[in-house]
Write a protein that binds this ligand. Sequence first.
Ligand code: ADP
Length: 178
Amino acid sequence: MQATMQVIQGDITTVSVDVIVNAANSSLLGGGGVDGAIHRAAGPALLEACRRVRQEQGDCPPGHAVITTAGNLPAKAVVHTVGPVWHGGDDNDVHLLEDAYRNSLMLAEANNFESIAFPAISTGVYGYPKAAAAEIAINTVVAFLADHPQIRRVVFVCFDDENAALYRRLLTQRGTET
Ligand code: ADP
């Protein structure tokens, strides 16, 4: 059976999935936007886990991802990925955003999880245009799901009306939203 893809408008910290993805910055030590919301909801255990990862691996470059426990969140784990800062849409911007989604999915799969929720990575302070980012997000996830049947459910969590409308339109066009 095909995996399901779904759009939810709201706060990713309340979504009930195995893994929630954090749009982190390279320091992994917390920030504003969705990163701040996730750390507030998860509590200090998450920051402690991020510090340990950073001690072992150093900064997390754009496009890469790491996995930690989820503290007080309903999820079982948090994947922290770093999206690109928008630099005008060159190929590198596109590839780094694709990598952020793909590497997050690979970590979820490698840790035997089946469901994952993404925020609209890079579309806040990193300035990626929302329409372009939504297309990259959905296309990258669809391509991954085709080859990786272990992932059964992907939730796109949109905070703002514009992203929610964009994601709904793209998934409806595909006929894949459930
Ligand atoms: P980035 O630095 O990758 O741009 P931001 O956190 O600034 O990360 O924004 C990424 C997206 O997350 C934006 O579309 C923003 O509206 C959204 N966002 C902010 N808070 C939340 C939240 N609690 N749940 C889900 N998405 C959120």
